[in-house]
Design a protein around this ligand. Sequence first.
Ligand SMILES: Cc1cc2nc3c(=O)[nH]c(=O)nc-3n(C[C@H](O)[C@H](O)[C@H](O)COP(=O)(O)O)c2cc1C
Length: 169
Amino acid sequence: MNQTPVAPLSVLGEVMEQLPRGAFLTVKHKNRVNTMTIGWGLAGVVWSKPVLTVLVRPGRHTFKLIEQAPDFTVSVPLKGTLAKELGYCGSHSGSAVDKIAECGFTLATAEDCHSPFLAFPGLHFACKTMLRAPLNPDLMDPSIASVYPQKDYHTFYHGEVIGAWRLEE
Ligand SMILES: Cc1cc2nc3c(=O)[nH]c(=O)nc-3n(C[C@H](O)[C@H](O)[C@H](O)COP(=O)(O)O)c2cc1C
């Protein structure tokens, strides 16, 4: 597979178009790797760095890993590919199954990033966690309270994008 570096902010249109359909958030802590589907996220410039932000609820297996890991990766399929895998990784927990093996994903490593990314054709981002920010419900507009009937508020993980690539067959 061809791996070409990209300027992260130059591909945001493609990322944001796909995001509501799903992307993969992959985290490795010690020797445990897990991936889960995400549908929400932010991207922009903070601290004069390109930053990707992912949101994870506390009940996810991913939460246990990302709370302790130094980094995470985001892998974005393009053109409606991997819909079945997005569904699977968004409905099964890494606490019960090895989703990476079940989906037949190959892992790729990125320099200076402990977490690997999923080596499929698409866009891939290696992110160093700069800030963990649990949502404070006291500061939240009441109109979004309905997103949290269980009070399982997301934590926002702001990651500096330290590498971004387009993979093509
Ligand atoms: C399209 C889609 C988008 C999702 N987006 C998120 C998200 O942004 N944050 C989150 O915490 N869970 C999200 N989920 C739910 C998790 O992917 C799901 O609970 C998953 O099984 C968690 O896996 P884990 O326990 O291995 O971490 C989404 C699920 C789907 C299907």
